[in-house]
Design a protein around this ligand. Structure first.
Ligand code: CTP
Ligand code: MG
Length: 372
């Protein structure tokens, strides 16, 4: 019994006002649509995303192979119909990318109800506010009993045939269950979750962040490295080769920026330091490039359950001049660290010390990480 999931992500996010589709807004380490994919992927067999027109390729690249991306429609219901056209599952979950943090657990509970025979299943929370029906002149018409009201979320689950029949009307509704209701179908309500809030405005993004509970597990680390210039050695710095510049003596390719970054990552994650991980007792790393060491450090940090929030590195020395190749250096380091946010700065030391007297290059790096 296979299960498809349609992630409605084709909205423009007008109320959010970011100037980009809401599904592409970043929340911690990934975009809203990527969060939605991560929570559904473990429990469904097929994922279909409805993308805003013109953003199909960008979304496809973000979510990777094996996920179908179709162009959405002018309304949410039209978008869902475009997804339904390619759904192959006997059951289908319909989910809003805007409810990015809905958990895998709520999706499993929806699926369990479908398997038990329900035609339509929706997660819901009790309403905390008193809700009133108001007329066009701004006067209250009635006050429904709050105890009988609930606030509806996604993912909603359906028997695919029943949802297709409900959508055949081509009607519009703000959720899919409403179309089933209009057809006389029974809609089962199960307990939703606060973290499945619909991200509508920038303030909602802050609430969503609090569900990721990053606050308690944020960690910072620092690392430094320095090497003296040699003679006839190529210079490697910040993952780049610098033709025409004298290189430095030192471990492997002497990339002080890469080494400082590795140390900062190990410090933040309490995984030791450059020496304990890549030192002389680990011959497999003898002569390894700075880039390779950063890749290894990234892999160790990730395996230990950490996500990199950002890494900043400052290069200290009279030369080379970093500014012209800053973007390249950022890209090289980011590539080695799984696409992490990187900044690269440089300074001189007013003629003082090893670096100021032009004897070598130093680097200092900080890393901010958090537990997954
Ligand atoms: N959606 C869609 N196709 C549309 C409109 C909306 O797939 N034509 C999706 C949105 O991407 C969102 C979900 O439906 O994940 C719920 O819609 P909403 O929260 O209203 O998002 P937006 O329409 O993007 O936001 P706004 O109404 O503020 O423009
Ligand atoms: Mg909308």
């Amino acid at each position: 019994m296979s299960i498809s999931a349609i992630i409605a992500a084709a909205g423009s996010g007008e109320r959010f006002g970011a100037g980009i589709p809401k599904a592409l807004i970043q929340l911690a380490d990934r975009t809203l649509v990527q969060h939605a994919v991560s929570s559904l992927a473990p429990v469904v067999d097929q994922i279909i995303i409805t993308a805003p027109s013109g953003f199909e390729a960008q979304i496809s690249e973000l979510v990777g192979e094996g996920i179908i991306v179709v162009t959405g429609g002018a309304t949410r219901s039209a978008s869902v119909r475009n997804g339904l056209a390619v759904a192959t599952g006997e059951y289908v979950l319909v989910h809003d990318a805007a409810r990015a943090l809905a958990s895998t657990d709520v999706a499993s509970r929806v699926i369990a109800q479908l398997k038990a025979g329900a035609v339509a299943v929706v997660p819901a929370l009790d309403v905390v506010d008193t809700i009133k029906v108001v007329d066009k002149q701004g006067f209250v018409v009635s006050t429904p009993d709050r105890a009988s009201l609930v606030s509806i979320q996604t993912p909603q689950g359906f028997n695919t045939t029943a949802l297709r029949e409900a959508h055949a009307s081509q009607n519009e509704a703000t959720d899919d269950a409403a179309l089933i209701e209009a057809n006389g179908g029974a809609v089962k309500v199960i307990t939703g979750e606060e973290r499945a809030l619909k991200i509508t405005t920038p303030a909602d993004l802050n609430t969503a962040l609090s569900f990721l509970s990053l606050g308690s597990e944020i960690r910072t680390g620092i690392g430094t490295d320095a090497h003296a210039f040699g003679t006839g050695i190529p210079l490697w710095l910040a993952g780049l080769h610098w033709p025409g510049e004298e290189g430095v003596e030192g471990h492997s390719d002497g990339d002080v920026a890469a080494h400082a970054i590795c140390d900062a990552l190990f410090a933040a994650t309490q995984l030791g330091d450059l020496g304990s991980n890549f030192g002389t007792d680990r011959p497999e790393y003898a002569g390894a490039s700075g880039t390779r060491l950063m890749q290894e450090a990234y892999s160790m940090v990730t395996k230990a359950g950490f996500i990199i929030s950002n890494v900043a590195v400052q290069i200290i020395g009279n030369r080379p001049k970093i500014a012209q190749r800053r973007a390249e250096a950022i890209a090289a380091i980011s590539d080695a660290l799984g696409g992490a946010k990187i900044s690269v700065s440089a300074t001189t030391t007013d003629g003082m010390g090893l670096t100021g007297q032009g004897k070598g290059i130093a680097a200092i790096a900080t890393a901010l990480v958090y537990k997954q």
